[in-house]
Design a protein around this ligand. Structure first.
Ligand SMILES: Cc1cc2nc3c(=O)[nH]c(=O)nc-3n(C[C@H](O)[C@H](O)[C@H](O)COP(=O)(O)OP(=O)(O)OC[C@H]3O[C@@H](n4cnc5c(N)ncnc54)[C@H](O)[C@@H]3O)c2cc1C
Length: 374
């Protein structure tokens, strides 16, 4: 497909922005809409794997990420007191020209991507969603929530876990469900000499630290518990301090320094499984809209960018949009399923309090498989 075509990207998260950049690069006209009038992202850190960094390099943002965030190699697995148990390698082929892993604050990644999207010629409209979608013909006719309409040769549903596009395409699909864990996140000063990702296993919770810049790191803590109402903001610091009780090493200092001003974000882990098809007509679901994962492999953002890259490659190679979307599914399904199922399995182990080596065995196996070319 060489001629200029018109695409709608629904959702301006990592998957949507990566799609807009990829589609513009291969000559498509792109409209991107996002429900949030402020196009915001919450202020947590994320961990990035080597394959995610490789995808970022292909997208053209690796150098900026490496300069402003953190990149490194390996994961130190420690006991509750911070004593090293083992090192998990973070493999990636040297030809990829990227580090084995990294960390970045979501707002920085959002800024890097959104500035590029705005410069790319993508038409961005905010505070808008899809009201109705007719994909019965060759293209798709969209009725937007403000009453306007548009005709597109391709619609990319990148509107996240609670995707409206998915509900319109597959109303019977399983809804997101609680996965039995809450994740607590905060940001702390990165001590001198703290150069790697860390896991603290063997205690009541899995806790992790990832550097996200030269002087900051973020902490996550996975709490196994029943679903419960949202905690009042004033209770977050004392509750996180309670959960961190008994943890030593750098976690002890983080616990001691928690205060009402600490930036703490807590949310339940939710996901669902969606068996193919992942597309109907010329409408393709990508990212968390179709294969959301719990964060044990830290690969959701990477899958989202890879989806965009593969979609772009297949649109260029295939004779028409449906053929490209067929090829997209063939290339993406097994890899996305690997991440989702391995993440769920590690989550099961965490909830059961399984020994550290059982958890890291799945991690090591999965990271090795994900280092393969996409
Ligand atoms: C607690 C937690 C920790 C995580 N940690 C990591 C990590 O360390 N590393 C990692 O790689 N991944 C991590 N992930 C996964 C990662 O955040 C996601 O996989 C990734 O953000 C998916 O991007 P997305 O663009 O598909 O969806 P989203 O980031 O959810 O973006 C969806 C976008 O669509 C917009 N939108 C929503 N509904 C509509 C609508 N109806 N119409 C228009 N727009 C809409 C939203 O405003 C948003 O901008 C984590 C996830 C969670 C929940």
């Amino acid at each position: 497909m060489k001629q200029t075509r018109r695409a709608l990207v629904v959702g301006g998260g990592i998957a949507g922005m990566a799609s807009a950049l990829t589609l513009r690069r291969i000559g498509w006209d792109v409209d991107l809409i996002d429900l949030d009038p402020g196009w915001r992202v919450y202020g947590a850190g994320i961990t990035i794997t080597g394959p995610t960094l490789r995808a970022m390099k292909q997208l053209g943002i690796y150098d900026e990420v490496a300069a402003q965030a953190y990149v490194g190699h390996g994961i130190q697995v420690c006991d509750m007191q911070g004593h090293r148990i083992e090192t998990v390698e973070t493999p990636i082929a040297p030809e990829a020209g990227v580090a084995g892993c990294g960390g970045i604050m979501r707002p920085l990644l959002h800024r890097i991507l959104s500035e590029r999207v705005l410069r790319s010629g993508t038409k961005v409209r905010l505070g808008l969603t899809v009201g109705a979608l007719d994909a019965s013909g060759e293209g798709a006719r969209i009725e937007f929530s403000d009453g306007s309409t548009g005709d597109y040769a391709l619609v990319v549903g990148a509107d996240g876990l609670f995707s409206t596009v998915r509900s319109l395409l597959f109303p019977q699909a399983e809804k997101p469900r609680y996965m039995g864990q809450y994740v607590w996140r905060t940001v702390a000063a990165r001590p001198a000499g703290f150069h790697q990702r860390h896991f603290f296993l063997g205690g009541p919770h899995k806790v992790g630290l990832t550097p996200v810049s030269a002087d900051t790191m973020y902490m996550f803590l996975l709490e196994t518990c029943d679903e419960r109402p949202r905690l009042d903001d004033a209770l977050l610091a004392p509750e996180l301090a309670r959960l961190l009780q008994g943890y030593g090493g750098p976690l002890q200092r983080i616990r001691e320094e928690l205060s009402p001003q600490s930036p703490i974000i807590v949310r339940p882990l939710e996901a669902f499984r969606l068996a193919p098809p992942w597309a109907r007509g010329c409408v393709q679901l990508i990212g968390d809209a179709v294969h959301p994962t719990t964060p044990q492999l830290a690969s959701g953002a990477g899958l989202a960018i890879e989806d965009a890259l593969v979609l772009g490659e297949e649109l260029q190679a295939a004779p028409d949009v449906p053929a490209a979307l067929d090829r997209f599914l063939q290339r993406r399904h097994a890899r996305c399923q690997l991440v989702v199922e391995s993440s769920f399995s590690i989550g099961d182990k965490e909830r059961q309090g399984a020994p550290a080596h059982e958890q890291t065995a799945i991690l090591t196996r999965s990271l090795a498989a994900l280092a393969d070319d996409i």
